[in-house]
Write a protein that binds this ligand. Structure first.
Ligand SMILES: *Cc1c(COP(=O)(O)O)cnc(C)c1O
Length: 355
């Protein structure tokens, strides 16, 4: 079976973890600080604050922007549940807008139309490795005085207009094993804003500015040095991983038949966290079963949009493009571990799916 995801762990990661274990200093320490500095430099921002996961990065970022009860945050219903749930953790309300059917991302006009007097922030999700239309979204945010919290959990190294994901507003990344780089579990917040960065550091560490003086109710959302050591070994490989993903995606774009392949609009660098196609109408689940039979491990991201989850049954609106996408999408393996033979097997399997 060709797996849908495969973390790329080499000798460097093993050696780095071993060194931390040997040092006896396991929790947040010098490795976390070094990883933060390296990741901030990679994204082209002033600050990076490492956390225990992408979810806690989102939660912390919302708190650092002082978003809370009574506030609304505009986001997409076509995403992993953590995007919307993080808004609920702080007592705010997620307000959903429909997606663009070509990019699967929210567009600025739809976001602007959803603004009310309670809107406090926009949380665009750069889905599958493609950055949202950030010039338009930043313009909307600035004109309405809204914070910009990018869910960049799937877009390490993705670019729009020469700027990297996570460098437009406050970025939130995940290092879960399926992501473009991993720390096993982990996350990070990126920002140029000194105040947001300081708040995020305090919230992550039990509201402490001074040791054992607690001025805020914070959390333990820290990353450990064991995980940061993996991240430090992974980060120099990220560009190579992304180039391999882009090469694999380009091969699929050229060779796949009978499916709608993903689009990379002019001016964007898509880093293909997922290579997501639309299956022939009404036949997605049949195609999924067929491909798995052929040894191609594929996935459906996401089979149920957030607003149709039972925990969101208070949301009564419908979002037709998100709902349609959830019935049609299918993600194929695109990770850097694929061999030339794997690529051929995947193409043969997809093109062999016929009535
Ligand atoms: C992975 C992911 C998250 C959450 O990250 P974790 O590290 O698993 O907590 C949030 N949003 C999106 C879009 C993701 O893909």
């Amino acid at each position: 079976m060709i797996h849908i995801a495969q973390p790329q762990i080499g000798e460097e990661e093993k050696q780095a973890v071993w060194e931390v274990l040997q040092s006896g200093m396991l929790a947040q320490g010098p490795k976390v600080a070094a990883f933060e500095e390296a990741f901030a430099a990679y994204c082209g921002v002033k600050h990076a604050i490492a956390t225990s996961s992408g979810t806690t990065a989102l939660h912390t970022a919302l708190l650092a922007h002082e978003i809370g009860p009574g506030d609304e945050v505009i986001t997409t219903p076509f995403t992993f549940i953590a995007s919307a749930n993080s808004i609920r953790y702080v007592g705010a309300t997620p307000v959903f807008v429909d997606i663009d059917p070509v990019t699967f991302n929210v567009d600025p006009q739809a976001v602007e139309a959803a603004i009310t007097e309670r809107s406090k922030a926009i949380m665009p999700v750069h889905l599958f490795g493609l950055v949202c239309e950030m010039d338009g979204l930043m313009d909307v945010a600035e004109r309405h005085g809204l914070a910009m919290i990018e869910d960049a959990c799937q877009s390490h190294g993705a670019e729009f207009d020469g700027k990297r994901a996570g460098s437009f507003g406050t970025g939130c990344f995940s290092f879960y094993p399926t992501k473009n780089i991993t720390t096993a579990e982990g996350g990070i917040i990126t920002t140029d804003d000194d105040v947001v960065a300081e708040w995020a550091r305090i919230i992550r560490h039990h509201g402490m500015r001074r040791r054992y003086y607690h001025d805020e109710v914070g959390y333990n959302f820290r990353m450990t040095d064991v995980h940061a050591a993996i991240g430090l070994a992974q980060l120099p490989k990220l560009e190579g991983f992304n180039e391999a993903r882009i090469r694999n995606a380009t091969y699929f774009n050229v060779h796949l038949e009978g499916v709608v392949t993903p689009t990379t609009p002019e001016g964007y660098r898509h880093v293909f966290h997922q290579y997501t196609v639309r299956a022939p109408e009404g036949r997605r689940d049949e195609m999924l079963a067929y491909l798995r039979e052929q040894g191609v491990g594929c996935g459906v991201y996401y089979p149920v949009p957030v607003h149709q989850q039972s925990i969101y049954d208070n949301v009564t609106e419908s979002f037709p493009e998100a709902e349609k996408a959830s019935l049609e999408v299918l993600s194929l393996p695109v990770h850097p571990g694929l061999s030339a033979e794997d690529l051929e097997t995947i193409v043969r399997a997809v093109n062999g799916f016929r009535a």
